[in-house]
Design a protein around this ligand. Structure first.
Ligand code: HEM
Length: 399
């Protein structure tokens, strides 16, 4: 097998060729520089965890390496939480964490249930549904809009921006036109959030956006730029990730009839099934970091100022960490996967995502005693860091 060129991540074999390639590479070159991108690929679980925990060496401030003409901006002032290191990261994360508690998430459950029921009602009378387009894709934006406090009727607008920013699918555009279309979507979304920022400043409500507008860090209010970028991060970070994870879970359950029967019979198994699916098919396949100094990882020396790609997709299938990692096993013990990240940037939305996926899967199973794959074509996200289904037709029966 040619070791310097991996096969395409998502192919007709459901990613088996890529996992075969990862297995060989984890043995032979677990840390290596990808000739195509120049980034250092980190493939073993222990190395991915070690690098994720060492934020002083593996910085999230990637913008430091961007060409000057891109305008590096100020991640702190602009509220770009994912692109910050401690101690500033800790300060901002504490603010949003305070507004985004387990209680807030638990309080959203009735609204999530109602939203799921509405989406499934819309499929009434059909013998085939698209798990991605009818349920997984529309749900997260509706939930995040509710959480942030944005009007329900704007949900299609928000989903359109989130899609355009993440899916890299903007009609048939390519190259510079595609970049322009993505930039335009980002600018439109920010202008929309600015409008809501001003409304909340004038008249705060009981929602997350109002809490961010009035929040203080070290005695100072967050700037407009910070608040709108945090809003954007939640919308973008919580949309495709959750959508892909829900669709992947249903996909694997349909491929594994025993697991499907087990979760139908015992809903208490659903949380473990969600974790196994996030391990098996992490929606965020890799996280990028920038080395701040020369460092050793495995037996390899990585110079300072290098991009490092921490592969959750490979780490979650590392046989050094997981027994029979190629097996989708909802009864797996000690499932410490890195599908939600690791370290200071561990996914802030994980409790919300788990709640959404649990409620959506429970409703799907309850409504449709029969759920089966069809021959209809599958469509995947076209984004190098996000993996999952955009279209997933399934035959349904009400028993
Ligand atoms: C199953 C669904 C999800 C998956 C697989 C996922 C995955 C991840 C991963 C891997 C990271 C770490 C990235 C890194 O280390 O660079 C992350 C961070 C983050 N996620 Fe999620 N996510 C999901 C859902 C959500 C939701 C629903 C929200 C919010 C509405 C959210 C908000 C965030 C935020 C704000 C961060 C940045 C945290 C920080 O930088 O401190 N995520 N997510």
């Amino acid at each position: 097998m040619e070791k310097s060129t991996p096969p395409p991540p998502y192919s007709k074999d459901d990613g088996k060729a890529l996992q075969d390639w990862f297995r060989v590479m984890r043995d032979e070159r677990p840390v290596h520089q990808d000739p195509a991108t120049g980034a250092w690929m980190v493939l073993r679980y222990a190395d991915v965890v070690a690098a994720s925990l060492d934020h002083a060496t593996y910085s999230s401030e990637l913008w430091r390496a961007y060409p000057a003409e891109w305008g590096k901006g100020d991640a702190w002032g602009e509220g770009r939480l994912t692109e910050m290191d401690p101690p500033k990261h800790r300060l901002l994360r504490a603010v949003i964490g305070k507004a985004f508690t387990n209680r807030t998430v638990a309080g959203l459950a009735p609204e999530i249930e109602a939203t799921v029921e509405r989406l499934l009602d819309a499929t009434d009378g059909r013998t085939e549904i698209d798990v991605a387009r009818d349920l997984a894709d529309p749900l997260p934006v509706m939930v995040i809009a509710e959480l942030i406090g944005l009007p329900f009727e704007d949900r299609e607008l928000l989903r359109g921006w989130a899609d355009r920013l993440l899916s890299f699918e903007v009609g048939d555009l390519a190259g510079e036109d595609l970049v322009k279309a993505i930039d335009a979507a980002g600018a439109e979304l920010l202008a929309y959030l600015r409008e809501h920022y001003r409304l909340r400043r004038a008249a705060p409500k009981d929602d997350l956006f109002s809490r961010l507008v009035t929040a203080e860090v070290e005695g100072e209010r967050l700037t407009e730029e910070t608040v709108v970028n945090l809003g954007k991060l939640l919308l973008i970070g919580g949309h495709a990730t959750t959508a892909c994870s829900l669709a992947s879970l249903v996909f694997e359950l349909l491929r594994h009839p025993d697991a499907l029967t087990a979760v139908r019979q015992d809903a208490d198994l659903i949380p473990a099934a969600i974790e196994e699916s996030v391990r098996y098919r992490p929606a965020v396949v890799n996280s990028l970091r920038l080395t701040t100094r020369e460092t050793e990882l495995g037996d390899v020396t990585i110079p300072a100022g290098q991009f490092v790609s921490l592969s959750a997709l490979s780490a979650n299938h590392d046989e050094r960490q997981f027994d029979a990692p190629e097996r989708f096993d909802i009864h797996r013990q000690h499932n410490q996967h890195v599908g939600f990240g690791q370290g200071v940037h561990y996914c802030l939305g994980a409790p919300l995502a788990r709640t959404e996926i649990r409620i959506a899967l429970s409703a799907l199973l309850r409504r449709f005693p029969v759920l089966e794959r069809t021959d209809g074509p599958l469509q995947y996200y076209r984004n190098p860091s996000i993996a999952g289904l955009r279209s997933f037709p399934v035959a349904v029966g009400r028993g």
